[in-house]
Every structure is written in C-alpha cells, then in structure tokens.
Design a protein around this ligand. Structure first.
Ligand code: OOG
Ligand code: MG
Length: 262
C-alpha cells in the first residue's frame, strides 16, 4: 500500500459522491501516480462499506474487461473485479433514468448464480462448473465516473469498475446442455444491431472469469459464497446510450433482456 488510510477514505468519498451526484471527475492516478493495486481495491472496499453503512446491500460480484473487445476499447490487458448493489438493479423491460447517470454505456453479460463456495488460489474453470447453480443473462449499464471514460486500471478499480445499473433477464438455465463458448449474443438499440459476439469472447470461456475472481479473492483471504450472483463481463464492446434509446439484447438459449433510457 502506498496511500495512507486518510487518503483512501477521502478518495472513496470523492468517487462515491461523483457516482451519487452523477458528476464526472479526473482520474485519481493523476493526483496519486504512486498508488498501487491494493490501494485501488482498498478504495473500492471503502465505497462498499459506505453503501452498506447506508443500508444498501451487495447484490452481486462482477468481472470487468474480460473480453478482447473491451480490453481493446479501454486500452488495458488484465481483468478487474467489482460489485453491484441492490439499488442499481432495474427490472427487465423497465425504464432507466439517463439523467441520474453521467455517460452510460450498455454491455451484454452472461451471468451465473453459485450453489457452492469457490475459493482460490487454484480455482479453475472445472471447479467453477461444479459450483454453478444456474446461468442467466444480464445487461450491465456502466458509467465511469471519469471524464470521457478515460482511465487506467487502478483508477477504474477504485471507481468500483464503473458499476451503475444492471438488468437481469428472467430466463434461468442449467449449465448442462449449454455451451457458453458458442452462446451467441446480439445487441440491438432502437431495432438496429449495434454489436454481436459469442461467449468465447470472454477469456475463451466466461467461467474462466469466475475462476479468476475466486483466485483474486483467495489472494486476499476471501471466497465467493454459495448463492452469489456473478456477472462475467461484457462480451461485446460497451455502447453509449442516449435518452429515448430502447435496448434489446437477444441471448441464444437465455431469452432477451430489454430496457428503455428515459
Ligand atoms: C470498466 C467496467 C468493465 C465489463 O464488463 O467489461 C465491465 C469500464 O469499461 O468502464 O464492466
Ligand atoms: Mg460489465
């Protein structure tokens, strides 16, 4: 750790206020070029503590920058991990207020719920497969608090990996009988196809992202409990949305997820 506790608390307050007030800020590494990975996750953990102290609950864990499209879009090369909170959830087919966000983008994600704990180090895709209760689709609405979505990895980790809203689809499926690598995803905005991909876009197999999350937490003495909702990361690049936009994502074998920005 390079930052002292007071700086970590104040950066968490700075970034969470930017989220709650829908204000953009400059990336924190501009002022703290020496901060390290532990500092970045300590700031994110403090944001989580602030939300829990206010009565919000963690609704799920997320992997980010797990697809080649997103790594290229953001100019980075390793995944990041964060969480989504209960107040960020919106129902399938519902409205999302654009004015509560800074510059939202949508991305399609293959998600799971676990039925057994997962603990790294040494967690691999086979262990994850054995722990999957069911698979379901989601659309994540990311909203980096950094001006123009310009950030480096440490800044985006501290900013809880741009978490803002998420919409989970209503189709749950057993992993058995699904091939998550060839599972196709088509994203339409206002009826026009904007992006498409298959599950293999995420690290060759989306459950690889979950194994990496378990290993990341294991290195910090934590595990993924049974019953955890996990988002494996956008399969396509993220697409910016405007007020009035209708987003519909078709997932092969998993139904559709839709929302309107108002
Ligand atoms: C970081 C969040 C990335 C994903 O699924 O790749 C993410 C960002 O791109 O702002 O959630
Ligand atoms: Mg995401």
């Amino acid at each position: 750790m390079k930052l002292d506790q007071a700086t970590i608390l104040s950066l968490a307050e700075h970034l969470e206020s930017a989220e709650l007030q829908a204000r953009d800020v400059t990336k924190i590494t501009d002022d703290h070029p020496d901060m390290d990975w532990d500092d970045a996750y300590a700031i994110q953990d403090e944001i989580r503590r602030r939300k829990e102290a206010r009565g919000n609950k963690v609704a799920g864990l997320k992997c980010g920058l797990t697809s080649f499209a997103k790594m290229k879009q953001m100019g980075v090369d390793v995944p990041v991990f964060g969480f989504v909170a209960d107040y960020m959830a919106r129902p399938d087919g519902g409205d999302i207020k654009h004015s509560e966000l800074i510059h939202p983008k949508v991305e399609a994600e293959i998600c799971i719920v676990t039925k057994a704990p997962l603990k790294g180090p040494g967690c691999h895709v086979g262990a994850v497969m054995a722990a999957v209760d069911f698979v379901l689709p989601a659309v994540e609405v990311i909203d980096s608090r950094y001006r123009d979505f310009k950030f480096d990895l440490k800044s985006v980790i501290a900013d809880n990996t741009s978490s803002a809203r998420f919409v989970v689809g209503n189709t749950m499926r057993d992993l058995e009988g699904l091939d998550l690598r060839t599972l196709g995803v088509v994203m339409e905005i206002n009826g026009e196809i904007k992006a498409m991909a298959a599950g293999a876009a995420v690290l060759g197999h989306p459950l690889t992202a979950v194994a990496m999350l378990a290993n990341h937490l294991g290195a910090r003495g934590q595990e993924i409990p049974a019953g955890t909702f996990i988002m494996t990361g956008g399969v396509t690049e993220a697409i910016a949305v405007n007020p009035g936009d209708h987003v519909n994502v078709r997932f092969q074998d998993l139904g559709s997820v839709s929302m309107r920005f108002v």
